[in-house]
Design a protein around this ligand. Structure first.
Ligand SMILES: NC(=O)c1ccc[n+]([C@@H]2O[C@H](COP(=O)([O-])OP(=O)(O)OC[C@H]3O[C@@H](n4cnc5c(N)ncnc54)[C@H](O)[C@@H]3O)[C@@H](O)[C@H]2O)c1
Length: 362
């Protein structure tokens, strides 16, 4: 056993904190690739998770992101009842300027070398075209275009899951899951946000939209009849449901104080800036929080379908199950008077522990 002293912020310490099985650093000078793949837990099956491409300012920031996101994938798979483990990849760079076929294919070769213990899909900054490039080097990728036998985009399924999560919360708060006349603020009108706005408008909800990308925002608002609101003053408005569909950590001590909504339910990963404190604050304030990793599991469901025999109908049915899973979490939270994110963690951890007893690691 090595007697090396670990500094406070050492990589090995961080892996210990999150309980990761394996973290792979990928570097290739020819293509400029710098990526990190984190495999969190494979008790239930191979680790599946998207690959995010983002202009991280430091390597530590990228590492922290991939560790947090991959852990969330383990919980997401467990609570959704899928036989998958949790993993994630991050590519450091600007997805608009630093991406190339060669870079994506090189990244695909790193995935191939993991022999199926990690299977990826699209995430922020990557899309079906990138998955197609990765697919040229490895079969351990989902979300490839339909023309290549894949399921195509994840985001419609993710939006469907979020929609079902919203309905489950509305049922809890208002006694009926009809969205007619309810007001929803969708922050982020990207892939998931746009599909969600469409579903909400089909049920006659009143929808406010905000985004930092003005063109996209105006386009989505016009197409579906939503009202544009300022991103910076979102929480000055009154609405029933806040649906964060941009980036994480928008639910924090400062924003919770301002919030007048009764429900938070969206697709963004890691919405609570501080899982423990913010979850508790929401419980005390009586705001229902649909755990992000549960209701945004639609993308993972899509990947699961693609891995084990794809059917669009079956995939959408699996996404609809998010309604009951969310109801179960809300019930546990109420019965035990614990934050919904803790209730969800407990349900997910119990499933992993139960399955661990009957089988070893994948
Ligand atoms: N795509 C999926 O299937 C999927 C699955 C699970 C979780 N998620 C999560 O859902 C979120 C949205 O995913 P996506 O695929 O729609 O991404 P996307 O990149 O297509 O859209 C994100 C949108 O958010 C906007 N945005 C960025 N920062 C913002 C800010 N500070 N304020 C307001 N808007 C901002 C962007 O301009 C963009 O329009 C992400 O957090 C992602 O991790 C996505």
């Amino acid at each position: 056993m090595s007697s090396i002293q670990l500094e406070e912020n050492s990589i090995f310490n961080q892996l210990g904190v999150f309980g990761h099985q394996k973290v792979v650093f990928c570097k290739d000078d020819d293509t400029g690739l710098r990526a990190i793949i984190a495999i969190h837990d494979t008790t239930l099956g191979p680790a599946v998770g998207g690959t995010r491409m983002w202009s991280y300012t430091t390597e530590a920031e990228a590492l922290n992101d991939v560790l947090r996101l991959s852990q969330a994938m383990t919980y997401k798979a467990a609570i959704t009842g899928l036989n998958l483990g949790g993993g994630k990849g991050v590519i450091i760079g600007d997805s608009r300027t630093d991406k190339s076929e060669a870079l994506m294919r090189r990244y695909g070769r790193f995935i191939e070398n993991l022999n199926g213990s990690f299977i990826t899909t699209e995430e922020v900054g990557t899309g079906p075209k990138d998955m197609e490039y990765i697919r040229m080097e490895t079969k351990f990728v989902t979300g490839v275009p339909e023309s290549m036998g894949g399921s195509g985009e994840n985001s419609p399924v993710t939006a469907k899951g979020v929609f079902m999560g919203i309905k489950a919360c509305v049922k809890e708060l208002f006694g009926t899951d009809s969205l007619a006349g309810r007001t929803v603020a969708v922050q982020g009108t990207g892939h998931v946000g746009e599909h969600l706005v469409s579903l909400l408008r089909q049920e006659n909800a009143k929808v406010y939209v905000s985004d930092i990308n003005e063109d996209r925002l105006r386009k989505v608002a016009k197409l579906y009849g939503a009202e544009v609101v300022s991103n910076s003053s979102l929480f000055d408005l009154e609405f029933d449901i806040y649906a964060p569909c941009a980036l994480g950590a928008t639910v924090n001590a400062e924003t919770i104080t301002k919030m007048k909504c009764g429900i938070i339910a969206g697709s963004a990963n890691n919405q609570l800036a501080d899982e423990k404190a913010d979850g508790q604050l929401l419980l005390e304030k009586g705001i229902l929080f649909a755990p992000d990793y549960l209701i945004s599991a639609g993308g993972l469901i899509n990947s699961y379908s693609e891995l084990y025999g794809y059917s669009k109908k079956r995939t959408m049915q699996l996404a609809e199950n998010i309604y009951e899973a969310t109801r179960e979490v809300l019930k546990k939270s109420k019965t035990e008077n614990i934050p919904t994110n803790i209730a969800a963690n407990k349900i997910a951890e119990k499933r992993i522990a139960d399955i661990k007893k009957i089988r070893g690691s994948f």
